[in-house]
Design a protein around this ligand. Structure first.
Ligand code: ZN
Length: 197
């Protein structure tokens, strides 16, 4: 049983299992219950998955803002691997990370969102911290092992170009750092507020 009956809005997502995995991941984020969350498949040149607020009048009203997770037809890094062909843990870890970004956006007023966008684009330390927060929020929602599965997949995938791996190492947490986050999470004595697994 999911924690919430939150139904995402799908845009150009035909794959039934991707829909099911996204809905299942989202159901573990109760703070996103009251707002529309979109999952959209589009062609992206420079990223494989991203989470952004939808830019419309609601963007300016934090309470009413909509958010969207976009994913590309193909993994940016491997022309032949399709997201729908990836293993479940890898995809769920990836979705959980993107939803972590959205939770991180929730309390930011629109000016704060614009500052975030600029900081992310211009300042590598800011980007690294934002990626760290997204992973950490996903771990706190019970997705530690899936986040690690995603990292392992990306780092160990033989066809990844070297510059991409370098970027992953520079800006994203390593599997060891995530293990440390999981341990810290467990030592705080908190159980995930999820009881259906
Ligand atoms: Zn990210």
């Amino acid at each position: 049983m999911p924690l919430t009956d939150h139904t995402p809005v799908y845009q150009n997502v035909q794959s039934e299992h991707l829909r099911a995995w996204f809905a299942e991941t989202l159901s573990h984020y109760p703070e996103l219950l009251d707002r529309p969350i979109y999952l959209r498949k589009i062609s992206m040149r420079y990223s494989t998955m991203r989470a952004q607020p939808v830019i419309n009048w609601r963007f300016f009203r934090r309470k009413y803002r909509h958010y969207r997770v976009d994913f590309s037809n193909h993994l940016e890094v491997t022309a032949h691997v399709k997201v729908r062909e990836l293993p479940r843990d890898v995809v769920v870890g990836w979705f959980a990370h993107e939803l972590g970004h959205i939770v991180d956006y929730l309390d930011r007023p629109w000016r704060g969102m614009i500052a975030f966008g600029l900081g992310y684009a211009l300042w590598s330390r800011y980007m690294r911290e934002a990626e760290r927060r997204a992973d950490s929020i996903a771990v706190d929602h019970g997705f530690g092992s899936e986040i690690i599965a995603t990292k392992h997949y990306l780092m160990e995938h033989a066809t990844l170009p070297r510059h991409y791996k370098k970027r992953l190492k520079k800006y994203y947490l390593s599997a060891d750092e995530i293990e440390a986050l999981i341990t810290a999470y467990e030592e705080r004595g908190e159980m995930p507020d999820i009881v259906d697994i």
